[in-house]
Design a protein around this ligand. Structure first.
Ligand code: TRP
Ligand code: SF4
Length: 400
């Protein structure tokens, strides 16, 4: 039983590269051992910007899943699925659209930014405006409370929180709520249950903020409560209704910026990437032809690592001794640039070797991946259906 549920998604718009590995996938791989994790391919999100090139999406969905598995995302520890195979996301998106003020969507910074950036595309579509809402549905449908994302996505998480709050405010009066909350309090055990009741009374009758804090801390420590019971107890504590949807928190992926072949951030749009499973000869060639400090025209000219993109890669891959070797060798012209690049080539190839190996076993037998995803979709769908039942009931659609 996990206390936290993590969810994250990625759009299948191109081959993954080492920037994705260092920036996102390594983090997922750590998280999958610590939390319940759901990771999915956001193919509908890809369509919001790539609606005129569906072949890009089709091609990249399975490639991306191979990349995840190659990197070490482990289907025994994380649930992997494809957004469009869990159509409940679309139903929640629709139902949430009923209560989403247009102004909230128009104010999300990525909306105008992306429209201005991607001028070659017409993004004045309904789907694109609804991008953050679809993302909210992705998150809320699993009652995920933590969402690992990059800085650029924080406004989307904030949007999701506001929407969950609005939903709970509008529909959070669950029939029999008090009864269910009291039943949940019993599950704390008699001693902790009594403490919870005492703290709750002190807060509600005397407005004792310290009691509120203490009760929250008590709930946060509980490992054996279901998410929904925990949300009930939080709601009961403060006298509000049931939290039908859980407000998620962004988990900022550490700002580790993976430098590309030109020293700028590695990104498809700068054409400075090394693909996750790029073949060894190509990796070697790409690094051997990387630009270096322009002052080193001849082998005998000393250089300055600070002015060289290769140094950025040594910062990612080299240990202290290696870095000292580069610093001294470069500044004294004691080493040549190709010599300096070799350890980087070796490190990248060593990093990729297990990935290539893992990928090979999946590429040999594509049914493996199909099965992993079929399993993941089924698990995800079960969770999604539970939430949808509550949402439909809350919105007056629970006819039976
Ligand atoms: N918008 C995210 C991105 O571009 C992808 C995404 C879609 C996502 N749905 C999500 C991320 C839900 C986290 C949670 O990176
Ligand atoms: Fe760059 Fe290394 Fe050449 Fe110095 S020696 S310029 S750090 S590649």
């Amino acid at each position: 039983m996990y206390a936290d549920r993590i969810l994250s998604g990625m759009r299948p718009t191109g081959a993954l590269h080492l920037g994705h590995y260092h920036g996102v996938l390594k983090n997922w791989i750590t998280l999958q051992h610590e939390f319940e994790c759901l990771f999915f391919v956001a193919d509908w999100h890809a369509l919001t910007t790539h609606y005129d090139t569906p072949e890009v999406i089709e091609q990249n969905v399975w490639e991306m899943i191979v990349d995840w598995l190659a990197a070490g995302v482990d289907p025994a520890h994380a649930t992997l699925f494809i957004q469009s195979r869990v159509p409940e996301h679309a139903e929640l998106h629709l139902l949430l659209s009923m209560i989403t003020p247009l102004g909230w969507l128009e104010r999300v910074p990525t909306y105008k930014d992306q429209q201005e950036k991607l001028t070659e595309k017409d993004l004045s579509t309904y789907g694109f405006l609804g991008y953050p809402l679809l993302q909210s549905a992705d998150i809320l449908i699993y009652r995920a409370n933590r969402v690992p994302v990059g800085e650029d996505q924080v406004p989307h998480i904030e949007f999701t929180r506001e929407l969950a709050r609005r939903f709970n405010h509008l529909y959070g009066r669950e029939p029999g709520f008090e009864h269910k909350a009291e039943a949940a309090a019993k599950k704390l055990g008699s001693k902790k249950g009594r403490l919870y009741e005492d703290l709750r009374t002190r807060y509600q009758e005397q407005g004792d903020d310290q009691a509120l804090e203490a009760a929250r801390a008590l709930l946060n420590e509980q490992q054996n409560l279901t998410l929904i019971d925990r949300e009930r107890l939080f709601g009961y504590l403060e006298g509000s209704g049931k939290m039908i949807l859980v407000e998620p928190q962004a988990m900022l992926t550490s700002a580790a910026r993976m430098p590309g072949l030109d020293g700028h951030k590695m990104s498809k749009s700068y054409s400075n990437t090394i693909a996750l499973r790029e073949d060894a000869a190509m990796v070697t060639k790409k690094i051997r032809t990387m630009p270096t400090d322009p002052a080193r025209v001849r082998r005998t000219d000393p250089g300055d690592p600070e002015k060289c993109p290769v140094w950025q890669l040594h910062l990612v891959y080299g240990d202290a001794a290696m870095r000292e070797w580069v610093q001294n060798g470069c500044r004294s012209a004691g080493i040549g640039c190709l010599e300096c690049k070799q350890p980087v080539i070796d490190a990248v190839l060593a990093e990729q070797a297990p990935m290539r190996e893992r990928a090979a076993s999946y590429l040999d037998d594509p049914t493996l991946i199909r099965n992993i995803i079929a399993d993941g979709c089924e698990k995800a769908r079960k969770l999604a259906q539970e939430t949808m039942r509550d949402v439909r009931n809350a919105m007056g659609l629970g006819y039976s």
